[in-house]
Design a protein around this ligand. Structure first.
Ligand code: KE4
Length: 424
């Protein structure tokens, strides 16, 4: 029995499914999850001492690689002054001032502790600001596990095959409408049916929880126009894309401005941080400035702020990192396409910059329905082969490959060689 297997047998006795987040359980794979002992740069090491090239990167936060010295130092330094006060601190002001100074559509921002909390709060603010109740989301997009968002979600819920979560009263989802990703007309139809009660449209500007599904030309612009026409807010859920595609995220990358944006992952550099922000007239609705209540014991935690700010400052000071991420993503994903073409395999590779995935389907994947046609058994076989050959991937067809600045040509070539060998 490996140490991972031994730990998993202990874990399942005391933690539901043996994990603190479902996707980690390898449920879609049918193998015991690896327990991780440490990580450094683009490498991760399990408790049995096995080394892997890491393409999960903690699901996005570790864009500079694991254990970055400047981030580690910032955390150690901050922790020497105490871990949490439950009071206002300069670190929170610095984080808010820094982000607002760099992202034009964020005039004010509130820190929370996860992407779920950021989305839940942004939706409440949108409803409070517009005095409307309906929310339009997209099948296949995942916005965390707040009740009103668990309607045919993507990540985790999709993989486990449960379209909706048990325990979510229909009252929580009756105002959540489901549109088709990359289909503006499906949103228009919902606006018509919404009898002018739509508070907001929330979208992953690059779908990354049904596998990676880039926005089609005109899709995001179309949502912007519809929201303006129907006096609804456009919420970009940039928990994955924020600070990844560019410093100002998908909004900057595609040139479409949301009314509210949610962040997570990279903004915390691996510490539990989420945030939501937008125009001042909207954000001043948030308690205690306004009537929309939202709170959190550890929001703006000084250690988390130190980690997040250290990472964001590096990303801001070295914009060439984004050029490197684009290049590395191109090397990886174009390399995958070359292998598939050479072997005359029609699987799909979708990608945007340092984010991408392979779909085991011959159909173009541009929304939830086409993503679901992927062969998840083929994915599981691919995943296991790669894992056993030192490549650590997200254990689900409906997740993404994350490239970090710590990956070099060497690791990208290692992935490609392994894929080539697997597809022999
Ligand atoms: P968290 O509450 O997990 O921090 O963020 C929720 C969330 C919100 N919005 C988007 C676009 C997200 O991708 C996420 C969380 N992403 C998943 C991975 N696809 C996190 C991994 C997990 O659930 O363990």
């Amino acid at each position: 029995m490996t140490k991972s297997e031994e730990m998993f047998s202990r874990a399942v006795k005391k933690i539901p499914g043996g994990v603190n987040s479902p996707v980690r359980a390898y449920g879609a794979i049918g193998e015991n999850p690896r327990f991780i002992e440490k990580a450094n740069g683009c490498k991760i090491y399990d408790v049995d001492g096995k080394e892997y090239i890491d393409f999960i990167c903690s699901w996005g936060p570790m864009i500079l690689g694991h254990n970055h010295p400047a981030i580690r130092e910032a955390v150690i330094k901050a922790s020497e002054r105490g871990l949490s006060y439950g009071c206002a601190t300069e670190a929170e002001v610095e984080m808010a001032e820094f982000i607002c100074s760099k992202i034009p559509h964020v005039e004010m921002i509130r820190m929370v502790n996860s992407g779920t909390e950021a989305v839940m709060s942004a939706i409440r603010v949108a409803r409070g600001f517009t005095n409307k109740d309906k929310i339009i989301k997209f099948a296949g997009c995942y916005h965390g596990h707040s009740d009103s968002m668990l309607v045919s979600a993507g990540s985790g819920v999709m993989t486990s095959g449960v379209p909706d979560s048990a325990g979510v009263p229909k009252g929580c989802t009756q105002d959540t409408m489901l549109a088709v990703y990359n289909d503006v007309s499906s949103v228009e139809k919902l606006f018509m049916e919404g009898d002018d009660q739509v508070a907001a449209v929330i979208v992953e500007p690059v779908g990354a929880n049904m596998g990676v599904v880039p926005p089609k030309e005109g899709f995001l612009e179309g949502l912007r126009k519809l929201c303006d026409k129907h006096h609804a807010l456009l919420i970009f859920d940039e928990v994955i894309t924020g600070f990844r595609l560019k410093f100002d995220g998908a909004a900057g990358y595609y040139g479409v401005t949301p009314d509210l944006v949610t962040y997570g992952k990279i903004i915390g550099a691996g510490m539990p941080v989420g945030a939501y922000g937008g125009r001042k007239e909207i954000m001043t609705k948030v308690s205690p400035a306004g009537p929309v209540y939202q709170a959190g014991t550890l929001s703006g935690n000084p250690i988390a702020m130190a980690a997040g700010l250290a990472q964001l400052k590096i990303l801001d000071a070295q914009p060439e990192i984004y050029l490197r991420l684009e290049k590395k993503g191109k090397l990886l994903f174009d390399g995958m396409k070359e292998i598939l073409n050479r072997k005359n395999l029609k699987y799909q590779v979708n990608c945007v910059s340092s984010l991408g995935c392979i779909f085991f389907t011959e159909n173009v994947v541009e929304d939830y329905i086409s993503a679901k046609q992927s062969d998840t058994h083929k994915f599981a076989e691919y995943f296991k082969y790669m894992l056993h050959h030192g490549i650590h991937l997200a254990p689900s067809q409906f997740e993404a490959i994350f490239v970090s600045d710590a990956h070099t040509q060497k690791e990208i070539d290692q992935y490609l060689q392994c894929l080539d060998d697997y597809l022999k």
